[in-house]
Design a binder for this molecule. Structure first.
Ligand code: CP
Length: 318
């Protein structure tokens, strides 16, 4: 390899909008950078100066616990100044547009905007209107890139690799941004992905992405290294296409009985929030196979890595 090739930074993106934009090498670079940042949270003083003097704004137009708080904490651990945009108390209530809102916030000297929005494409739309970094914290049904990165990080940490693993994603794939980003990342890193759920929510068309589709949960349990259970969106339960809660649990709920058909070292994942007793029985959610809280812990390190790398790429452009 030439000196010029080795000097070229792996990560050159100032925005993180989705995993579709990332190469395999870039995904591994985020995971490796997060590995380094994970240690910071074990120190008595949990802070590094990587983003000192920088300003991060959290713009959440949808409810969130994990993503919002971990981005806030990640920015604080990197010594950035963090401000929070509360939609309900903002001038969007008086009719100000998303773009005008973002440009006005940027005019205060913001370096990174973290955006969650119910509309697919909102983060990309913003990234074309502002000069600062934009990080997608979930846009409609389109993408949730940091959730997928933390899922990949957790799988690699627990299994030692991603390539060659059999991973099932179970539930409402059709409406899930987590599923779309997970499928994209897992396939790029060489896992085999199986999508499981009722035919109305797991369409055959997902096979065009490179995943396998099945509606028979029981039959795939013995082959899986990792099973990721998606949140059942109760608000959709009454709409056509969604079975009743009872029927869903019967065919697609992960419980102790089904766990017995799985490999001894199967990893059970869930992005949260969990509906206990629906997608997961409580004893499975809290049991030794579950990585739910580990995913949350890892999310902090992954978001530190994302904020750091995007800011570093932006600084390279200055
Ligand atoms: N997994 C996830 O995005 O959770 P929140 O909606 O609480 O951020």
């Amino acid at each position: 390899m030439t000196a010029a090739a080795t000097d070229k930074p792996v990560w050159t993106q100032k925005h993180l909008l989705g995993l579709a934009d990332l190469s395999r090498e870039e995904i591994y670079h985020v995971l490796d950078t997060a590995e380094g940042f994970k240690e910071v949270s074990t120190r008595s003083v949990k802070k590094v100066p990587a983003l000192r003097g920088r300003v991060v704004v959290n713009m959440f137009f949808e409810d969130s616990t994990r993503t919002r708080m971990s981005f806030e904490l990640a920015a604080q651990r990197l010594s950035a100044d963090v401000i929070y945009f509360a939609e309900k108390m903002s001038s969007t209530q008086k009719g100000e547009t998303l773009i005008d809102t973002a440009r006005n916030i940027e005019a205060m000297g913001v370096d990174i905007m973290v955006v969650r929005h119910p509309a697919a494409g909102a983060a990309m739309h913003l990234s074309q209107a502002v000069d600062c970094c934009v990080v997608n914290a979930g846009d409609g049904q389109h993408a949730h890139p940091t959730q997928a990165l933390l899922d990949l990080f957790t799988i690699r940490e627990r299994k030692g690799r991603i390539e060659g693993l059999n991973v099932a994603i179970v539930g409402d794939i059709a409406h899930s941004r987590v599923a779309r980003s997970d499928i994209c990342g897992l396939l790029k890193l060489g896992a085999q992905v199986t999508l499981v759920g009722p035919p109305t929510l797991v369409l055959k068309s997902f096979e065009t992405m490179g995943a396998r589709v099945t509606h028979d949960f029981e039959s795939i349990l013995p082959e899986m290294d990792v099973i990721s259970m998606l949140r059942i969106q109760k608000e959709r339960m009454t709409s056509s296409g969604f079975p009743s809660a009872r029927e869903y649990v019967r065919f697609f709920g992960m419980n102790h009985e089904r766990l017995r058909s799985c490999r001894d070292d199967v990893l059970i994942m869930h992005p949260g929030p969990v509906n206990r007793g629906l997608e997961l029985a409580a004893d499975v959610a809290d049991g030794p196979h579950s990585s739910i809280l580990r995913q949350v812990t890892n999310g902090l390190a992954v978001r530190m890595a994302v904020l750091f790398l995007c800011q570093q790429a932006a600084a390279g452009e200055e």
